[in-house]
Design a protein around this ligand. Structure first.
Ligand code: ATP
Ligand code: F6P
Length: 553
């Protein structure tokens, strides 16, 4: 019995020993295989390094779990596999190179003010369709956003670049509502020049407030900030019926204006109508005033959200990918450019068509219309010096174009030419400087120049300025305005204030108004790629002086 059990034990011991040996052999084999794979990866890395490519296996970001090269490699591969399968469920048939020198170590978000800093909140849970009559349609949002949902401001990264990034708060519905929706009384005001899509914004805000959230009342302030003085123009109630179909019309249903802004009258209006959400739609001037309203509301500890929607066809508001209406304006400008081209081509000999486009301090419309058209031979913008005479002058350039093509098309931004024609001291009600008429002046210069050369030119001048901004929004702008309208309301309902909504890196974000207006109006960088592309298309001489070299510190 004893003998039997001892031989059984010997058998078991032998079996365990054999199994252990087998495991050891398999482990050794696996380790050897991993080492071989690591060696192959390291050799590949060395090769890439030798070829000048960045491939850093010793990147610090993979160090927390293991400190051997093998551990780091396995960790990196696991991380990348996990990341890839999240983004691309089918996997990826390609190689990924780790950029060892490109890192984001910390992210700093622009702080958006919140009313709960000083005012009581309703604290109600957000659901979709709170405005549905019987509540039967209410359901959870597909995605609710939180305080740390961020959109990076700087998506361009390089080996020598910063290792930090600033970020914006991602726009969208939040889980908790600051306002009791059924008690919300809101007002909308549109200020400054017209812009395609204003009616879409009004309609979108009204529909989101009433249909989605069940707000009590929305008022439209008439004719811009001056409409807060009700003696001259009482507000209009914006119901779902009233705003039905307005997106098909150009302009703004409630009127706009550059009239004077009166803080006291504004607060009297807000109090009289018990407004707790104010939506201001306008350019940088409008937003500066909105910031003052938000500041004053805070000083008075009023539970009023002041929210902006940036509007300008000039596309000169800082931090945004683009402002709504810009796309439509550029498309509409094509009609004028095409007409100018037809006139130039058919008026023999030496036909020249000049088109004046809007853009007070920024030539964005002119530049984008030029890039879009493919028929423009000269583009003049406020950011680039206007040179008429000499080798690099536009008159000689036009001479060359006429010799080659027989006709020429010129696009002039309205703000161009102060460098040659001087700056006016005259300002409008909004404090905007009167601009020189460079296009008309250039027309005379061209006629005189070609006459003196014995080659008379026929110059046709087209000014479609107001025609490109008074049309309804095109498809791209209609979608954009819908996103802006829905998201500005989500922000207000959540209790954010003194913010504006906009597109940054193709995502909707909330931007503190103070930060947004600080560098607005923005201008095109004359040393950037956009202007270079214009030069490539028009072949005009580049009159931008070379960039001043930075002195070593
Ligand atoms: N710094 C400011 N402080 C207070 N109110 C301002 C300020 N700047 C402009 N406003 C007011 O905002 C309104 C619109 O301003 P402005 O005429 O400059 O247009 P904008 O908003 O910049 O739009 P656009 O791009 O069409 O010019 C005007 O009624 C003006 O009184
Ligand atoms: O003639 P208005 O209505 O003052 O508007 C002209 C200005 O408005 C803008 O279109 C900006 O909204 C500028 O490009 C232009 O200088």
């Amino acid at each position: 019995m004893l003998r039997a059990s001892s031989s059984l034990l010997q058998g078991v011991a032998f079996g365990v020993g054999a199994a252990a040996t087998l495991v050891a052999v398999v482990l050794a084999y696996t380790r050897r295989r991993e080492r071989r794979e690591l060696a192959a990866v390291q050799a590949a890395a060395e090769k890439k390094r030798a070829a000048g490519e960045i491939f850093d296996l010793k990147a610090r970001s993979f160090s927390p779990v293991a400190d051997t090269a093998l551990g780091r490699w396995r960790e990196a591969v696991q991380m990348i596999r996990k990341h890839v399968s999240k983004k691309h469920p089918q996997g990826l048939d390609c190689e990924l190179v780790m950029l060892g020198d490109v890192r984001i170590e910390s992210v700093f978000m622009f702080v958006v003010a919140h009313l709960s800093e000083y005012a009581p909140k309703a604290g109600r849970r957000n659901k979709m369709d709170l405005g549905a009559d019987d509540g039967g349609y209410q359901r959870e949002y597909n995605q609710l956003l939180g305080a740390q949902d961020a959109i990076l401001q700087d998506i361009v990264r390089s080996a020598a670049g910063d290792t930090i990034s600033t970020a914006f708060l991602r726009a969208g519905p939040r889980s908790e509502l600051h306002f009791e929706p059924s008690a919300v009384r809101a007002a909308i005001v549109t200020c400054g020049g017209l812009c395609p899509g204003l009616n879409n914004i009004i309609q979108g805000i009204v529909r989101t407030l009433i249909s989605l959230y069940g707000a009590q009342q929305v008022l439209g302030v008439r004719g811009g900030y001056q409409g807060f003085d009700e003696a001259s123009s009482p507000p209009i109630e914006l119901t779902l019926d009233v705003v039905d179909g307005i997106q098909k019309m150009g302009g703004t249903f409630i009127g706009s204006g550059r009239g004077s802004f009166d803080l006291e009258k504004t607060f009297q209006f807000l109090k009289r109508h018990s407004i707790c959400q104010l939506y201001v739609v306008g350019g940088d001037g409008t937003h500066r005033a909105a910031d003052k309203i938000a500041e004053e509301a805070k000083k008075r500890r009023l539970n009023i959200a002041v929210c902006g929607v940036p509007k300008t066809i000039d596309n000169d508001i800082d931090m945004l990918d683009r402002s709504f209406g810009f796309d439509t304006a550029v498309a509409e400008a094509q009609l004028a450019i095409r007409s100018a081209q037809v006139e130039a081509r058919c008026n023999l000999p030496n036909g020249i068509g000049i088109v004046k486009l809007m853009g007070r301090s920024s030539g964005m419309i002119a530049v984008h219309a030029t890039l879009c058209s493919g028929e423009v031979d000269l583009c003049l913008v406020p950011e680039v010096p206007v040179v008429t005479d000499g080798d690099r002058g536009c008159l000689q350039h036009l001479e060359r174009v006429l010799e080659q093509k027989g006709s020429a098309v010129v696009v002039v931004a309205e703000g161009a030419g102060e460098d040659v024609l001087g700056t006016s001291a005259i300002v409008d009600a909004g404090g905007n400087r009167k601009l020189p008429e460079l296009g008309l002046w250039l027309k005379d210069q061209i006629v005189a120049h070609f006459k003196s050369k014995g080659k008379p030119a026929t110059v046709k001048y087209i000014d479609p300025s107001y025609m490109i901004r008074s049309v309804p929004a095109n498809a791209a702008d209609s979608i954009y305005t819908e996103l802006l309208a829905q998201n500005v309301v989500h922000g207000a309902m959540a209790g954010y204030t003194a913010f504006s909504v906009g597109m940054r890196n193709n995502r909707l974000v909330y931007i503190p108004i103070g930060a947004m207006v600080k560098n607005s109006p923005r201008q095109m960088d004359p040393h950037g790629q956009t202007w270079e592309r214009v030069i490539s298309v028009t072949r005009q001489p580049n009159t931008v002086p070379p960039k001043a070299k930075k002195e070593p510190a």
